[in-house]
Design a protein around this ligand. Structure first.
Ligand code: ADP
Ligand code: MG
Length: 255
């Protein structure tokens, strides 16, 4: 589903360049859950943002469901940047959930979930509403559809954000520390929704420090440090018997 090959990302140019991703290779199987662990500043968010074309990569390639993100290779092997409209269409296949929920504050939960299908896809309000109600029901918010974000807890807002991402029928969902901004007692309800989504067969890449979630839900665990993947494998291997010292040190801090 996702093939990341030799990806580099530098911010800025010349002497001021910051080399954040330093050759990342990652394969994500369709229907699988990949959890990305790693210390702050290791490049986890940048990697997700590159997969989603929020950032343009400096070198390498990212292929999602057989389509190269952001570029077309011509017969001579020369790369051409795709038209922004084509990139926008590619990006629509990928849902993203952030640490901060970024809901529209002046819209109800229902309106937040309806917005993209109506505005971006041109779906009728009636159909978008039906679908949004189903999705809010699915994330356990069937009784909060007319609430505004300020009237919802952080956990509820994050579940609205997940429903909103799902409203575009993504093939891939990216989660960037979706529970890090939440009070501890609200973390479980968001993880439960993500677990349910995983059980339903969604392909997911999840950046999180929730080791319990990684152990229970992940098919594949990746440990990143300083812009490279240091170690990856089955959760039991990476979490319970890490081979690399950097992984061991990181886990000693978060466990
Ligand atoms: P993580 O999510 O693992 O904490 P990030 O991907 O957010 O790490 O950041 C990795 C490094 O890239 C950090 O040193 C950060 O300062 C740098 N970085 C991220 N975004 C930018 C940017 N837009 N411009 C310059 N440096 C950036
Ligand atoms: Mg981050």
């Amino acid at each position: 589903m996702v093939e990341v090959r030799g990806v580099h990302k530098e911010f800025g140019r010349g002497a001021d360049a910051v080399h954040v991703l330093r050759g990342v290779d990652l394969t994500v199987a369709r229907g699988s859950v990949t959890v990305v662990l790693g210390p702050s500043g290791s490049g986890k968010s940048t990697l997700l943002r590159c997969v989603n074309e929020l950032e343009e990569i400096t070198a390498g390639s990212i292929v999602v469901d057989g389509e190269r993100m952001g570029y077309r290779e011509d017969a001579k092997g020369v790369l051409h940047r795709l038209h922004p409209k084509v990139i926008a269409r590619q990006r629509q296949r990928i849902g993203m959930v952030f640490q901060r929920f970024h809901l529209f504050p002046h819209m109800t939960a229902l309106e937040n979930v309806m917005e993209a299908p109506v505005q971006v896809r041109g779906m009728s309000k009636r159909d978008a509403r039906t679908r949004a109600l189903q999705l809010l029901e699915r994330v356990g918010l069937g009784d909060r559809t007319d609430h505004y974000p300020a009237q919802l807890s952080g956990g509820q807002q994050q579940r609205v954000a997940i429903a909103r991402a799902l409203a575009m029928d993504p093939e891939l969902m990216l989660f960037d520390e979706p529970t890090s901004a939440l009070d501890p007692e609200l973390v479980g309800e968001v993880l439960a929704v993500m677990k349910d989504l995983a059980a339903d067969g969604m392909t997911m890449i999840v950046v999180t420090h929730e080791i319990g979630f990684a152990r229970e839900v992940a098919d594949h665990v990746v440990f990143m440090d300083q812009g490279v993947i240091v170690e990856e494998g089955a959760p039991a291997q990476v979490i319970d018997s890490p081979r690399e010292q950097r992984t061991q040190e990181f886990l000693a801090h978060v466990l």
